[in-house]
Design a protein around this ligand. Structure first.
Ligand code: HEM
Length: 345
């Protein structure tokens, strides 16, 4: 597998071929745009399509393969409990583990490569009673598509564009019908100066319930405390291969870093069921609390801990529920299957 930097440009121009993407012996999946399979088959087909795009790297995630784990704490704000009765939002600090990652399914992705964006941030909150809940977010306000079925068509379009012989028509047709997927591919996604200097979005809506059972549809956002710091493409290209992990190591050696957890509150009429449609940035927001990042998980434990951890946006607690957006449940099922697949030799 050797996905090169301008692959998205080449993909859109119809000039990306299997020989420019696949190493000898690797084969892309055969593409079909017809989706008439059971849910389990759909989820397996999505994983197959991700492997067809990035290659299979046993022990690594099918996407967001390169990552780093950090230990920290989360302290809820006084306002958080008014929105949700979830245990980690009642004010007592709780331990968290955060995984920052690069987008691609290629573990050796260079941090400054445009293929490494959007960046990922997964968080696990560990409650005293042994329960846990997760957030899985990325550094783009939206997603190419609204449903897993459309995501399969999108990924299979990419696979058929790079197949031998290449057939760019399915992807071109798909993008013509799905302008937000085209926007996702074409939108600038600058590399951050630090994993902690860019904002992350939960994308798929959830429903918070407080002690009075009042409900509020929300989307997560995580932001740096001191504004974003982004690099130009030229600056990013000059950074070392693993500059993001190196920066985090150096920063945490000097003291803790902090990030803010926020929820955007849906207003009447906002699109709840489609994560590809961002909500206006002037929607009311509430700060749920502050993450304090203390230290990297020791280097000798990083890979085994990443292998064990099974983040899912569907790992919810009382006080947080699924919304009408079908993606959270689908992602939960897909990530569970993905964990089993990535653990196979
Ligand atoms: C149908 C849509 C999606 C599919 C099929 C999909 C697929 C996957 C898979 C297979 C993994 C690896 C899971 C593992 O092995 O533990 C993953 C991880 C991840 N996905 Fe998605 N994903 C989808 C939507 C999204 C969305 C909307 C976001 C952004 C909010 C997102 C952000 C991430 C991140 C950050 C990770 C890394 C999590 C970690 O650090 O463990 N994904 N995704």
């Amino acid at each position: 597998m050797r996905l090169s930097r301008p692959w998205i440009v080449a993909l859109l121009a119809g000039t990306l071929t299997a020989s420019s993407v696949y190493a000898a012996g690797e084969q892309p999946l055969t593409s079909t745009r017809t989706v008439s399979v059971s849910q389990d088959k759909l989820y397996d087909a999505l994983l197959d399509a991700l492997y067809a795009t990035f290659g299979r790297h046993p022990g690594f995630r099918a996407t967001h393969a390169k990552g780093v784990l950090v230990n920290g704490t989360f302290t809820a704000s006084p306002e958080a409990a008014s929105l949700s009765r979830a245990a980690h939002l009642q004010g007592q600090p709780v331990p968290v583990v955060l995984r920052f990652s690069n987008f691609s399914g290629v573990p050796a992705t260079v941090d400054g490569d445009p293929m490494a964006s959007p960046r990922g941030l997964a968080v696990r909150f560990k409650l005293p009673n042994g329960e846990s809940t997760d957030i899985v977010s990325h550094s783009f306000d939206g997603f190419p598509v609204a449903t897993p079925e459309d995501f399969l068509s999108f990924l299979q379009g990419i696979a058929s564009t790079v197949a031998t012989p290449p057939d760019p028509l399915p992807l071109q047709t798909f993008l013509a019908d799905h302008p937000r997927a085209r926007h996702f591919l074409e939108a600038p996604k600058p590399a951050p100066a630090s994993y902690t200097s860019i904002e992350y979005f939960g994308v798929n809506a959830l429903v918070f319930s407080n002690r009075e059972s009042q409900e509020q549809v929300i989307r997560y956002r995580i932001e740096p405390l001191t504004g974003q710091s982004l690099l130009t493409e030229q600056q990013a290209a000059r950074r070392p291969v693993d500059y993001l992990q190196e920066e985090l190591t150096a920063r945490l050696a000097k003291g803790p870093a902090q990030m803010r957890l926020i929820v955007q509150l849906a207003a009447p009429g906002d699109v709840v069921e489609d994560g590809s449609v961002p909500w206006p940035r002037n929607r009311r927001e509430v700060e749920l609390g502050i993450f304090t990042l203390n230290s990297l998980v020791p280097a000798e434990d990083q890979q085994s801990a990443q292998q064990r951890l099974d983040f899912s946006p569907g790992r919810l607690l009382d006080g947080i529920a699924l919304s009408r957006d079908p993606m959270t449940l689908a992602r939960d099922r897909i990530y569970r299957r993905a964990v089993l697949r990535r653990q196979q030799p």
